[in-house]
Design a protein. Structure first.
Lengths: 407, 151
């Protein structure tokens, strides 16, 4: 295992080098969004400086370059996910849009009253609400895999939740609120044994661990670029080609057609039939650059270093009095969610900010998780590979500061 | 610098009202009430009003939230109890102006409510302080059970 040169890595991230209220910034809000390396910033800027044109149109040189870069980014996503072909990669705005696309184009046409959609208790709202809307429309039932006190999925009754009525199982690989790593491969295997297709929400997984759709054997995999060092507004949907082929487009417009007359429109081939309108070209290019960047460091090395960071942070916080860590699963990635006795997380967030420590205070778009633990919100520190042990120390110092102030 | 700022926000009065909120009861004979929600940070409260003619005879609240939202609600109940609707409206406006910095407010007019002024320097927290006030306003205007959100 190669040791990461954290100082060299940090030099690639301009935002990290600033003071907040006189303290060095400790950016520990990576589960909300990650910072961007110069390699990504430059890729986006260079596109606009040198190659800007629309894709899949125009015979001119710039359009050709733009198309090559955009499709080159798709090929990078394909390799990143270990997918079979570029045709299985659809560019979208992010994980949320990808889930809505699958809900609308894949599940809705086959969903009838009385059918079931299976999700889990620890999903992000993005993997709850689209399914809920769909179920409401047709009178189907949203079935929820329960969770345990430690924040793991309670799979004791899992087999019984997979029924002949289940039309899809949609689960997150890593919980954004708690950091729990779910056993999605095993769950997928069991769902497939009963003929149930599976969508995996990888938004919180891709920055921290290898994402291999062949190994997982999932039918759909979704993620957002901005949580993995790419720009906002770009993400990808992976779908098995046979399934994508059968699905109708969900938005109509330019670029998704072969021919249009007022009588009939012929749709374009995969993946273009799902990419109506001018896409986020620079975003896709930035995503490609982010993938290159992560791979140059090594995703295994990233996972291993972040594990050290999280272990150290958990160990230090556990030694403090008056702190409750929310989410104590055996397998976790990146996230340390906690509450300080007698202090609302929103106050915690403000006081941390005054010490230069940026965390998230809130329900993390996972209100059912908060309801389960009987709390309105948590304070959440979430790490990326550019964070340091010293920043963990700053986090712990800030907790003491809160406790002093509220003593 | 930073500690001083924090002390401006978390003044003794605020911490005291957060720990021991005044008029923190479910008022059985309230004739006006409204629910206030700040969904992003999870603050949720109910404001109860007993209006006698145009006098706020009694005012209370219940709920949970950050120190700023709890203290602001508690201070509000103390400040408005016994006031007429017209007087309450003036105070509401003064607090609003003070929190948003829209216009200068004479500190002397605000009395104890002046401690809420520290919130102005923390833009992300202004909605915490205004939640109970908006909710009270809605309770007075609409009478029955209404829902207020500061998002």
């Amino acid at each position: 295992m190669t040791k990461l040169n954290i100082q060299a890595i940090r030099r690639d991230f301009p935002t990290l080098h600033q003071e907040i209220y006189g303290f060095p910034l400790a950016y520990l809000d990576n589960a909300a969004t990650s910072q961007k390396p110069v390699q990504v910033i430059d890729a986006v800027a260079d596109f606009y400086r040198e190659d800007n044109a629309n894709v899949h149109r125009g015979v001119h040189q710039l359009s050709q370059r733009a198309t090559d870069s955009y499709e080159g980014a798709r090929a990078k996503v394909c390799r990143f996910l270990n997918a079979d072909s570029d045709e299985e990669i659809v560019f979208v705005r992010g994980a949320t849009e990808a889930i809505n696309l699958v809900a609308h184009s894949f599940v809705r046409p086959m969903l009838k009253a009385g059918d079931e959609v299976l999700i889990s208790h620890i999903e992000h709202h993005a993997n709850i609400v689209p399914w809920q809307m769909l179920c409401d429309q047709v009178g189907a039932k949203l079935v929820v895999i329960p969770m345990t006190e430690s924040g793991e999925l309670d799979l004791s009754g899992f087999d019984d939740l997979l029924t002949s009525k289940t039309k899809i199982m949609a689960v997150g690989q890593v919980s954004n609120a708690l950091g729990t790593v779910n056993p999605v491969k095993m769950m997928t295997e069991k769902a497939h044994a009963k003929g149930i297709p599976v969508l995996i929400d990888g938004a919180q997984a891709v920055p921290h661990m290898p994402a291999d759709v062949k190994d997982l054997d999932c039918d759909f995999y979704v993620f957002s670029g901005h949580k993995m060092f790419a720009p906002t507004g770009i993400g990808a949907l992976y779908g098995k080609q046979a399934l994508l082929d059968e699905m109708a487009p969900w938005q109509g417009g330019g670029d998704m057609i072969l021919s249009v007359s007022f009588e009939k429109t012929q749709y374009n081939a995969l993946p273009y039939k799902f990419e109506a309108g001018t896409p986020n070209i620079s975003g896709a290019i930035g995503l490609g650059a982010a993938i290159d960047y992560m791979q140059s460091i090594g995703i295994e090395a990233i996972a291993s270093y972040e594990h050290e960071l999280l272990s150290y942070a958990t160990e230090r916080v556990n030694k403090l009095d008056g702190i409750r860590v929310i989410g104590t699963a055996e397998h976790k990635a990146s996230v340390l969610s906690f509450v300080i006795e007698g202090v609302h997380p929103h106050d915690v967030g403000t006081i941390f900010d005054q010490q230069g420590v940026a965390i998230r205070a809130g329900h993390h778009c996972a209100q059912p998780v908060m309801q389960f633990f009987g709390i309105p919100a948590t304070a959440r520190a979430s790490f990326a590979f550019y964070n340091t042990m010293e920043e963990v120390d700053a986090l712990v110092d800030s907790i003491s500061k809160v406790q002093e102030l509220f003593a | 610098m930073s500690s001083a700022d924090l002390r401006d926000l978390y003044q003794q009065v605020i911490m005291d009202h957060n720990k021991k909120p005044r008029n923190f009861i479910d008022m059985a004979d309230a004739n006006h009430l409204a629910h206030g929600n700040n969904p992003l940070c999870g603050d949720a409260l109910v404001v109860y009003v007993k209006l006698d003619g145009d006098v706020i005879q009694d005012l209370s609240f219940q709920g949970s939230g950050c120190a700023i939202s709890m203290a602001s609600a508690s201070l509000m109940t103390e400040a408005l109890k016994g006031k007429t609707l017209a007087e309450a409206e003036v105070i509401y406006q003064q607090v609003h102006d003070q929190l948003t910095g829209e216009s200068e407010v004479d500190a002397a007019d605000l009395g104890k409510l002046e401690v809420l002024g520290g919130v102005k320097e923390f833009p992300a927290r202004v909605k915490c302080a205004t939640l109970s006030w908006h909710t009270m306003h809605s309770a007075l205007e609409n009478g029955t059970d209404t829902e207020v959100t500061t998002e």
